[in-house]
Ligand binder design. Structure first.
Ligand code: ZN
Length: 144
């Protein structure tokens, strides 16, 4: 119905109607896409893109250019965008896609980073208590 759109008299009378149909088609495509990438064929295609780095690489230094996977932050259309693809509705990927991929193919799960960031100042490791206190962004109380 959406693809067979031909300008008929009803649509010419109301041009907003075709915009609504287009928006509905976009949403429908996104939902079909999110369902498709959970199938075996979809996972295989997404895995290929993941390995080619089509979804980008993690910018964190200790992740050492780990390829990324897209994920929606909400399952509801129009509610949350995919963090990397700000123009793409998160529902196009669904909230569970990365988990499904790594459940089906555990061999592709990223390894834990060998190195971890240790905050230091003048060569001294910063005490955990001070790190926690700075997270609250409140002035430090004097330590007795
Ligand atoms: Zn990372």
């Amino acid at each position: 119905m959406i693809l067979d759109l031909e300008p008929d008299e009803e649509l010419q009378d109301n041009p907003n109607q075709s915009d609504l149909i287009e928006q509905g088609a976009e949403m429908l495509y996104g939902l079909i896409h999110s369902r498709y990438i959970l199938t075996n064929r979809g996972i295989a295609q997404m895995l290929e893109k993941y390995q080619q780095g089509d979804f980008g690489y993690c910018p964190r230094v200790y992740c050492e250019n780990q390829p990324m996977l897209p994920a929606g932050l909400s399952g509801l259309p129009g509610e949350a965008m995919s963090p990397r693809y700000h123009h793409t509705d998160g529902t196009c990927f669904g909230t569970g896609f990365p988990h499904m991929l790594f459940m089906v193919h555990p061999e592709y799960r990223p390894k834990r980073p060998a190195n971890q960031f240790v905050p230091m100042l003048y060569g001294f490791e910063i005490h955990l208590m001070l790190q926690a206190a700075s997270n609250f962004k409140s002035p430090l109380k004097t330590i007795r």
